[in-house]
Design a protein around this ligand. Structure first.
Ligand SMILES: O=C(O)CCC(=O)C(=O)O
Length: 382
């Protein structure tokens, strides 16, 4: 790609990820406050001098008089001296019944799955519950396409909204290395066509998420350069990409110690991030499973960026109003990664491989990468 094209695209990308789009014309339930929208894009002017010095003072007190376990790289969002930038924690967002319905349905799903594993004599820890099963849950469909939530997403990407093909229900089991997600930018998992598309993620914990059970940590302003840093594949015993802290600092212009922010979120709240902001989730050192959903949306007129494997699902459109979401078509192609794995069709095989493994240097091989089929070429390499 010619460098001039790259330069223009990078400028455009910076704008896309840091400039607030036009406000929706009407006020709607569930919309974020102006401050929150500012935080999602850029922090400029969202904190007054007074607020800033008050936060500095609180931080000073905490550092001096408590045995706060967190290091500077683990400061909870909300007590940091520099505020947030490029992400926002929205507490008390969901109505109790909206998330309770998901929890109840997931309980049943886990019981059913355990029963089936028992019947076939297999017990394996599942890091991510297969989407094809999860999407049959009405409460999850309802949550993803929730009117109030879409009103908030509309403030970030405009009135054309599609559910993104990459999304997960994660049971993060305690003391399990395979459930620790290392630093990455979500855009590193998608193809280069997606780099010019803002894809907000709502990370929604189904329990209180905190330092102990492995909440998220985000590197503020990591999106402002518009760049995707060089990732490597794959972390420890996982199929996850990883981003080295030094590389993150050099490529994205962040100061890791100052900018990494811990983001505890209570049940009922959510963390909103974009697809360029580096983030990770911490190990779960508690005794409970930390359940969460990560749901994504984008403007459906843009490429979905999933290597041509799967498209998203239209949820809202000003141009062609959606009367009924076509979940059926969306779920009917729910095994998009199977061509990338040389393994038997075993529904309980939890090994995962995909095109992102070819995209970045493979510096660590494991049981997931062993299944990766180099010759799977149904996607375009950039
Ligand atoms: O939930 C987690 O542990 C990690 C989530 C994450 O990295 C993501 O949604 O991109």
């Amino acid at each position: 790609m010619a460098s001039s094209t790259m330069k223009i695209r990078l400028d455009e990308r910076r704008k896309l990820f840091t400039e607030i789009p036009p406000h929706p014309r009407t006020t709607k339930p569930g919309q974020l406050t102006e401050e929150m929208v500012k935080q999602f894009f850029d922090e400029k002017s969202f904190m007054t001098e007074d607020e800033n010095s008050m936060k500095q003072f609180i931080l000073f007190l905490i550092e001096k008089f408590t045995q706060l376990r967190a290091t500077s790289a683990l400061q909870p969002e909300g007590i940091t001296s520099k505020g947030t930038r490029g992400f926002v924690v929205v507490e008390d967002y969901f109505l109790q019944e909206e998330l309770d319905a998901c929890r109840k349905a997931i309980d049943k799903l886990v019981d059913d799955l355990a029963q089936r594993l028992y019947e076939v004599g297999k017990v394996k820890i599942v890091g991510i519950i297969p989407n094809v099963i999860v999407l049959q849950i009405q409460a999850i469909q309802d949550l993803w396409s929730n009117e109030r939530l879409l009103n908030a997403i509309e403030q970030l990407i405009g009135p054309e909204i599609g559910g993104h093909p990459v999304w997960n229900l994660r049971p993060k089991t305690p003391q399990n290395l395979a459930a620790v997600v290392p630093w990455h930018q979500d855009a590193a998992y998608t193809d280069e066509e997606s780099y010019g598309t803002l894809v907000p993620t709502a990370w929604i914990p189904l329990v209180d998420a905190n330092f102990e059970n492995g909440c998220m940590q985000v590197v503020r302003k990591g999106h402002t350069s518009g760049k995707i840093a060089t990732h490597e594949c794959c972390a420890g015993p996982t199929w996850y990409l990883m981003l080295d802290e030094k590389e993150m600092e050099e490529s994205l212009g962040v100061n890791f110690k100052e900018d990494a922010v811990l983001c505890p979120v209570h049940y009922g709240g959510m963390l909103l991030i974009n697809n360029l902001i580096p983030h990770q989730s911490l190990p779960n050192i508690s005794n409970e499973i930390r359940w969460s959903l990560d749901l994504r949306w984008q403007n459906p007129e843009n490429p979905w960026g999933f290597y041509g494997l799967k498209e998203g699902v239209l949820m809202r459109s000003l141009k062609n109003p959606v009367t009924q979401i076509d979940w059926h078509s969306f779920t009917s192609n729910e095994k998009p990664l199977k061509d990338y794995a040389s393994k038997d069709e075993d529904e309980f095989d939890t090994r995962i491989s995909g095109p992102w493994m070819k995209r970045w240097k493979m510096t660590n091989k494991n049981h997931h990468t062993a299944t990766f089929r180099e010759d799977a070429t149904s996607w375009h390499k950039n």
